[in-house]
Design a protein around this ligand. Structure first.
Ligand SMILES: *Cc1c(COP(=O)(O)O)cnc(C)c1O
Length: 365
């Protein structure tokens, strides 16, 4: 029997490799280490579709996407191929594809808005594309240059945006969903040597706050969303499927979402697929200060939301006098105590496409 060798990661710390943009492969060829937006191949659809009314756009069981999508494939020996803009439609992958068995998938979600001044605008796409790289690495899918992904998103938006976000629909938006999947058609728990990027743009329901506020149910005692050392900080598909059971049970009981608690202490982490904030007054013994409280990023339990960051940045910029920002672990018992003391001022969630409430089945992280 071969000896079992166990290596401990502490001996490898500090040896993080730098990513080269073109890395030589073992056969001496140069592997393309990022897709490049300037190489995009345009294959416009021959059958453009008509844009649905806003009222109907999200009422059916399928997400309605725009005319086009962008795709790009990768394999371990050649690297990234040229990206392609083409008609929106099904992808071809084998039943043995890595993603279908081992959840080698990550994604992003961001919006392009039709402004009240008539312009089209993306909200902080650089944050999403950088986070996508973090998620991609967590599941050992190929790296890329986030700036190139941003350019591909911009291109899709400039091709389909003008038609699918008509000028008169000011304030409306399309939801951009980039995703990368492992496509290697070989069973076996291993790094996928083939991958595919795709980017779609679609209609998504408006996420206005439900009348009377959102009702959250704490997570069941035998379930956690993420754990220290896990992958809660990455937007990988594997985080979401297993959260649906608790969410459905909560909805059946008239709640909108799960407030995910962690550990015996019941630390508040996130709500549904959005970040969770509390505004409270500290106890009189702590001067009764008004604080904006949210879970910290350092244990990598929660997702580093772009809207979370934006909320914090706005408060820091405009409200520091009256509202102290506190990023720390805090428990549900502290929240309940604050509520009982009448110190709880408000609670809210932030996210690009936070879930709707129980009257609707739409829910997009
Ligand atoms: C996407 C997501 C968020 C929100 O991130 P934004 O960048 O603000 O849209 C928060 N938590 C989880 C678990 C998510 O998947």
């Amino acid at each position: 029997m071969a000896p079992l060798l166990v290596s401990h990661p502490s001996s490898q710390r500090g040896s993080q490799e730098k990513e080269d943009l073109a890395a030589p492969t073992s056969n001496g060829n140069t592997r393309v280490a990022t897709f490049e937006a300037s190489k995009l191949i345009y294959n416009y659809t021959a059958s453009p579709r008509s844009v649905p009314d806003e009222d109907n756009a999200c009422s059916g069981p399928d997400t309605i996407c725009t005319d086009h999508m962008v795709t790009c494939t990768w394999n371990a020996s050649k690297g990234w191929d040229f990206p392609e803009l083409k008609e929106y439609g099904p992808l071809a992958i084998m039943p043995t594809a890595s993603v279908l068995h081992y959840a080698t998938e990550c994604f992003e979600g961001l919006k392009v808005f039709r402004g009240f001044d008539g312009k089209l605008r993306l909200f902080r796409p650089d944050c999403n594309t950088q986070r996508m790289l973090v998620s991609t690495k967590r599941i050992a899918l190929p790296a890329f240059d986030p700036k190139e992904l941003e350019k591909l998103i911009l291109t899709l938006v400039s091709v389909d945006g003008p038609k699918w976000l008509p000028r008169e629909r000011q304030g409306s938006f399309l939801y951009i969903r980039p995703a990368i999947i492992g496509t290697q058609p070989q069973l076996g728990v291993q790094t996928s040597k083939q991958a595919m990027l795709f980017i779609t743009a679609s209609f998504n329901p408006r996420m206005d706050a439900p009348v009377g506020g959102m009702r959250l149910h704490t997570s069941p005692e035998d379930m956690v969303r993420a754990w220290v050392g896990g992958f809660g900080y990455a937007k990988v598909g594997a985080n979401y499927g297993p959260s649906l059971l608790a969410t459905q049970e909560a909805r059946d009981r008239g709640f909108s979402q799960i407030l995910w608690l962690y550990g015996r202490e019941g630390y508040c982490t996130e709500a549904g697929a959005s970040n969770f904030f509390i505004i409270w007054r500290t106890k009189a013994s702590e001067n009764g200060k008004l604080q904006l409280l949210t879970a910290p990023l350092d244990e990598r339990l929660i997702l580093d939301g772009v809207t979370r960051r934006s909320v914090i940045a706005l408060v820091r910029e405009r409200l520091t006098e009256e509202l102290e920002i506190v990023e720390r672990t805090y428990t549900i018992d502290e929240v309940i105590e604050a509520h009982n003391d009448g110190r709880l001022v408000e609670a809210f969630v932030s996210g690009t496409a936070v879930c709707t409430y129980n009257t609707s089945d739409h829910s997009t992280p």
